[in-house]
Design a protein around this ligand. Structure first.
Ligand code: TRP
Length: 335
């Protein structure tokens, strides 16, 4: 081998070593960056259109603000399928993974996260009455590691909508799941308000979705209209409830707009998507260093009027023109 060839070989070897080194250096660096990315754990109680909308609003808000999953944040989404032991396992997993922020969608998710950690920040994605449920000591100054968004419904507007659409209503039926804190609170609020306005109220509870058929059939035979609060179980069984009530010619007025899309007649409800957006905004504030304890719970005041004309036709109900105009301009009419 002459001198020249030797030099070429030497240069090639040095170059090769350099490339190998550079490759591992860069690889290591991106892996490190991946491990350094803020982690967000999202725990959704179960799938129903309202909770799915909340999660969509959360995702979109993070994206819009430049937080891209897999690029500069890691989102770990888990659905507990309505199961208590799943809630516990996933909450523990989030703590083990040392997530930077945990989001609980619906009350049971937040309760489960709360019992798993008292220092990781938790954002409530739609808990109707956080203080009333004992989750935080104050809605304005939560103090600890939890803040978020309430989905409390504009019940007074919902009741006046029922009276506007069905002026001859004498008896309102209310149906909810006894173990659902959010539904129980909202049902009681509605009952109180309706009785104050001299309506008769017939309240029925179910223990699980398996009871819905029979209890809803009973109730439909004894009332003029049915009101359903923000009930996680019934939100997933809305089509069945609507079918049973329709067979008895009784309209269902639900608390959430998503439940009107699933066969309810009408409501004035807050946007579930907006709840998710506000949840996302809270997550971002915390990622930027704000303390949940200093962030008041967000309540959404603006309701949207939504009318289901398909359902109205089935029930032979005519919406007042003024209402249809209003819904067409500012809300939604399902045709
Ligand atoms: N408020 C419910 C809870 O605290 C969750 C929820 C949000 C919900 N929006 C809903 C339930 C609409 C039924 C329908 O658990």
């Amino acid at each position: 081998m002459n001198k020249h060839t030797k030099r070429v070989y030497e240069t090639l070897i040095v170059l090769f070593c350099f490339l190998v080194f550079a490759f591992f250096y860069v690889k290591n660096d991106t892996e490190k960056a991946k491990n350094d990315m803020p982690k967000i754990g999202v725990l959704q109680l179960m799938s129903h259109p309202a909770l799915d909308e909340i999660n969509r609003g959360l995702d979109d808000t993070l994206k819009k603000n430049g937080y891209i999953d897999g690029k500069n944040i890691k989102i770990e989404f888990q659905n507990a399928q309505g199961d208590q032991s799943n809630l516990r396992t996933i909450s523990k997993q989030f703590v083990e993974d040392n997530v930077d922020v945990a989001v609980g969608i619906a009350t049971p998710s937040v309760q489960s996260l709360k019992s798993a950690t008292s220092n990781i920040p938790i954002v409530m994605g739609a808990v109707t009455d956080p203080k009333g449920f004992g989750i935080i000591p104050s809605n304005t100054k939560p103090g600890g590691n939890i803040t978020g968004v309430s989905d409390q419904a504009p019940i007074d507007q919902q009741l006046s909508l029922i009276k506007q659409i069905m002026p001859n209503t004498k008896t309102i039926g209310i149906i909810y799941t006894s173990s659902d804190m959010s539904a129980t609170t909202e049902a009681k609020r509605m009952q109180k308000l309706a009785e104050k306005q001299n309506l008769k109220v017939n309240v029925k509870t179910i223990n699980s979705i398996n009871d819905l058929d029979q209890i809803a059939t009973d109730l439909s035979q004894n009332v003029d209209a049915i009101y359903v609060p923000t009930d996680n179980t019934i939100a997933s069984g809305m089509q069945l409830l609507s079918k049973i009530a329709s067979q008895n010619n009784v309209p269902v007025f639900p608390a959430a707009t998503t439940m009107v899309k699933d066969g309810g007649l009408a409501t004035v409800g807050i946007s579930q998507y907006e709840l998710g957006q506000k949840t996302g905004e809270d997550v971002i504030k915390i990622l930027k260093g704000k303390k949940p304890g200093d962030m008041p719970v967000t309540f959404i005041k603006n309701g949207h009027l939504i009318l289901n004309e398909k359902q109205a036709k089935k029930l032979n109900i005519q919406f007042p023109d003024s209402l249809v105009n209003k819904a067409e301009k500012k809300g939604q009419v399902i045709k």
